[in-house]
Design a protein around this ligand. Sequence first.
Ligand code: HEM
Length: 281
Amino acid sequence: MFIITNPFAQLNADSPELFTPGLMQTYILLMIFAVIAGTLFDVWHKKSAKYFAENKEKGKKNAKREVSSGERTGMMIKTVTSEVLTSSEFSNQKRRISHLLTMYGFIVFVATTAVMIFAYPTGTATPVILPLLWHLGALSLCVGGYWFWFSIRVDVAAEGKPWYQLSPRADMFILSLLATCTFALLWSLTSAFLMFALFIASATFLFTTVIWSKFAHMFFKPAAAFEKRVIKADGSNEGLPGDFDLSSKEVQERFPDIPTYMGENPPNMGAGIRRESARHY
Ligand code: HEM
């Protein structure tokens, strides 16, 4: 059955002279190199490392207290177990579930591809779990990704644009993810060379366009989420004003128009941004 067959070993068995283990392994190494080079170029080109460092310095000046290294380690662990592993930044639960399906699907698909190509390229006794996870990973990415594409993404859900209207730069990441996993599944199902060629073309596009696509967000977002925890803990808060208690005497003295317009004891109305359900992002 195709779902428990190592498709790369099958490829090697069908054309042993062309699709050698060495060729497949070289391709994987080239793609890893393309992602690393693309990410580093992106950091240099956008000057994001410089921005991060300068922002950190600014934050230090505005800090109201020092965050200990123990506290920082705790925040790092919390970032991994919350923002990274459970996509907790998404307030919209549909977006969150779709992101989890896409993210875990991609990780499982990529990891099992590498293990099958490096450890079992000729198929000798590939443990059944590997091709099974490879297919399930691709399927999970397709479920999360197509759901996102057809109904969740902002252009469609909030801007009212039809699903087929593309913004090439913004959409190249999701579309090449979807194409890679869709053609991978179709190739495994049909063994058609055309599907294999489309799978490799999409994967090559996905991994070599990191400088222009949203690919590198998977490395930057965890760093940004950690920084967000730090600025809240040290009180620098990106230079934003703190939460004022509108009924306090000091605040009313500082802003005398509060009692004029809202009375001596204004109610706490909470964060305005939460008044509408999170359906844009
Ligand atoms: C295998 C790893 C990952 C994959 C395949 C993935 C995939 C995606 C996709 C397809 C989108 C939608 C992009 C779009 O608007 O076109 C997205 C957005 C997002 N991802 Fe990931 N992601 C991964 C890892 C992560 C990690 C580790 C984090 C955070 C810690 C993260 C946080 C986010 C956030 C916050 C957004 C919303 C960004 C925005 O709308 O500006 N992702 N991701």
